[in-house]
Ligand binder design. Structure first.
Ligand SMILES: C[S@@+](CC[C@H](N)C(=O)[O-])C[C@H]1O[C@@H](n2cnc3c(N)ncnc32)[C@H](O)[C@@H]1O
Length: 232
């Protein structure tokens, strides 16, 4: 199969069912869409990108891996093609972009889309806040490690799953913080180490900012404090 398949792409694909009509926004090389098509998952996949250059690479790859019958490449900014062509989408993947870019794409969220799989470079908490404000649900979520980088993959469903209720749910994810995995503990232990250094640097220079870090560090310790002995 594709030799560039990563843990991250596999984690995304694992959240998709066979019958699904899927889109991959910001497809770039097209590997996620191709993997989902090859894995016999999904009925149809729309692989879109805002830029011509990555889209032409995706197009070549789709041909190379023989999945033209399943994967359609589309030039589009975010969700525009879904809205313009009124395409019903079961799962909309937005992966490998920054949280703020993802949020700007989500501004055009519409009832043609049933669910999202999001894997942001950063600001996942903002994505969860968006989910809470929209009264959507977290259907699935996991932390995965890929090449020594941790990623949060979350599946947001409009109709089923768990609601985001507390500030702990926003920071850690409502499912992940209750079903703690080894990757989750390693991920938060790494953040704790980084934030502790930042906190110590801020204590003298910016007390207000330091206080925010102190609160976050306390929350992290409350959630992974006991688990850390087991895993890290
Ligand atoms: C780093 S790549 C991510 C590739 C792939 N999705 C992944 O997870 O590995 C980001 C891609 O998103 C595209 N992109 C950025 N903003 C976009 C937007 N508003 N709509 C569609 N594609 C966008 C870029 O052109 C680029 O190809």
């Amino acid at each position: 199969m594709i030799n560039l398949i990563t843990n991250r792409i596999q984690a995304i694909a694992s959240l998709i069912d066979t019958e699904n009509i899927v889109c991959d926004i910001g497809t770039d090389h097209g590997y996620t869409a191709i993997y989902i098509a090859k894995d016999l998952k999904a009925q149809k996949i729309f692989a879109s990108d805002i830029n011509n250059k990555p889209l032409s690479i995706a197009k070549k790859n789709v041909k190379k891996y023989g999945v033209e019958h399943k994967v359609e490449t589309i030039l589009s900014d975010g969700l525009d093609f879904i809205i313009n062509d009124k395409i019903k989408i079961n799962v909309c993947i937005i992966s490998g972009l920054g949280g703020n870019t993802i949020l700007s794409i989500l501004e055009k969220d519409c009832n043609l889309i049933d669910s999202y799989i999001i894997c942001a470079h950063n600001n996942t908490q903002k994505i969860r806040t968006w989910t809470k404000n929209k009264k959507y649900f977290i259907q699935n979520e996991k932390v995965i490690e890929d090449n020594n980088i941790f990623y949060e993959v979350i599946k947001i469903n409009k109709y089923a799953g768990v609601k985001i209720k507390s500030k702990y749910d926003i920071l850690f994810g409502p499912l992940m913080r209750k079903n703690i995995s080894k990757a989750f503990v390693s991920y938060w232990a790494r953040i704790e180490e980084r934030d502790r250094d930042i906190y110590q640097a801020l204590v003298q220079s910016d007390k207000l900012k330091a206080k925010k870090y102190k609160i976050k560090l306390k929350m992290i310790n409350k959630v992974i404090g006991k688990e850390i002995v087991k895993y890290v």
